[in-house]
Write a protein that binds this ligand. Structure first.
Ligand SMILES: NC(=O)c1ccc[n+]([C@@H]2O[C@H](COP(=O)([O-])OP(=O)(O)OC[C@H]3O[C@@H](n4cnc5c(N)ncnc54)[C@H](OP(=O)(O)O)[C@@H]3O)[C@@H](O)[C@H]2O)c1
Length: 303
């Protein structure tokens, strides 16, 4: 598309979580190229600074800002939200992109299984802290990165063992966290209906990023190394649908909410991901978990 025909996002403020690598980095590049003010978040400042410089170099934009955000710690999420709300008076787009897959059970600062805690609960808390600003900036958009892997959670959420304390399987816990992403997007869309805020879940495709390759998947990463270069697409290709959801002015996109998107179009999500009772349960449980963890003594006080 010639540059002049691209939607102009000048004046819009967008947040991309996990923007220092992979799909998030390419999403930040795409949004900065369209003129948006892009708040790139990273959990490691040095990685974030390198990514910020790359976005500036590739787009020529100076409207790119780095925010520190570790989704595995509520204190970091609250500090980032406070920093953002103090600094920016609008929020047009939130791309909830950051995520990880692990083959061993680890816990967040608040003691949640890390994939559930980062991929879902961290973004749940972040969105709730930013929701008022999103509504005040309407029409505005939220895009939540899920995965086709949400379909592997065939039995739905493991309500009796959401934190995988009794039995842990990395792929199953990842699938559950991605089902949670899809359910969260659907429920948030229902709750924000009529406010002018649209919410969609997006599967980016099978993408050759660093995902699962920094030792997180252990020996299970072999198939990514062997088949990745053959069957997987580039991070830039992975950013196409998130970018479309974040910026397209076509009615089919700008008017879409509560959808599951992949390869540039809307598809049916799994039966579980479309179950409104499951989504309502997850919402109530997430609120309960956030409230309980927020009331509990922090790591310092526990000592
Ligand atoms: N790649 C695929 O084939 C694929 C397929 C379906 C869905 N997805 C989804 O797409 C999203 C992006 O994945 P990707 O392929 O771009 O992976 P990636 O290259 O590994 O990037 C993931 C990003 O998330 C960040 N992150 C991880 N843990 C975090 C935490 N505790 N707090 C804040 N940020 C954190 C990472 O930061 P660090 O660099 O510091 O680790 C990185 O910036 C994920 O939600 C993933 O589930 C990917």
């Amino acid at each position: 598309m010639p540059r002049s025909a691209r939607p102009d996002l000048t004046g819009q403020v967008v947040i991309v979580t996990g923007a220092n690598a992979g799909i998030g980095l390419e999403t930040a590049v795409g949004l900065a190229a369209k003129g948006a003010t892009v708040v790139m978040t990273a959990r490691t400042r040095a990685k974030g600074e390198a990514a910020l410089a790359e976005v500036q170099r590739r787009t020529g934009s100076r409207a790119v800002v780095l925010g520190d955000l570790d989704l595995s710690a509520f204190a970091s999420i609250r500090a980032f939200a406070a920093w953002f709300l103090e600094r920016f008076d609008r929020l047009d787009v939130l791309v909830a992109n950051a995520g990880l897959v692990l083959d061993t059970r680890r816990e967040t600062a608040e003691g949640f299984e890390e994939m559930f805690g980062v991929n879902h609960l961290g973004h749940f808390l972040l969105t709730s802290l930013l929701q008022e600003r999103l509504v005040a900036s309407a029409p505005s958009r939220v895009a939540v990165l899920t995965s086709v892997a949400h379909r592997f959670a065939v039995g739905g959420l493991s309500r009796a063992d959401l934190q995988s304390t009794r039995a842990f399987n990395g792929i199953a816990a990842y699938a559950q966290s991605k089902l949670a992403n899809a359910l969260f997007a659907a429920e948030l869309a229902r709750r924000l209906a009529g406010t002018g805020v649209t919410v969609n879940a997006v599967h980016p495709g099978a993408i050759r990023s660093r995902f699962g390759r920094d030792g997180d998947l252990g020996v299970n990463a072999w198939f990514l190394t062997v088949f990745g270069p053959i069957v997987m697409r580039s991070p830039k290709a992975g950013a196409r649908t998130p970018l479309k959801l974040a910026s397209s002015t076509a009615t089919s996109v700008a008017g879409s909410t509560g959808g599951y998107w992949s390869h540039g179009r809307r598809w049916p999500a799994s039966r579980r991901a479309r179950d409104p009772e499951e989504a309502r349960w997850l919402w109530a449980e997430s609120e309960r978990l956030v409230a309980a963890a927020s009331a509990a003594p922090g790591p310092e006080e526990r000592r």
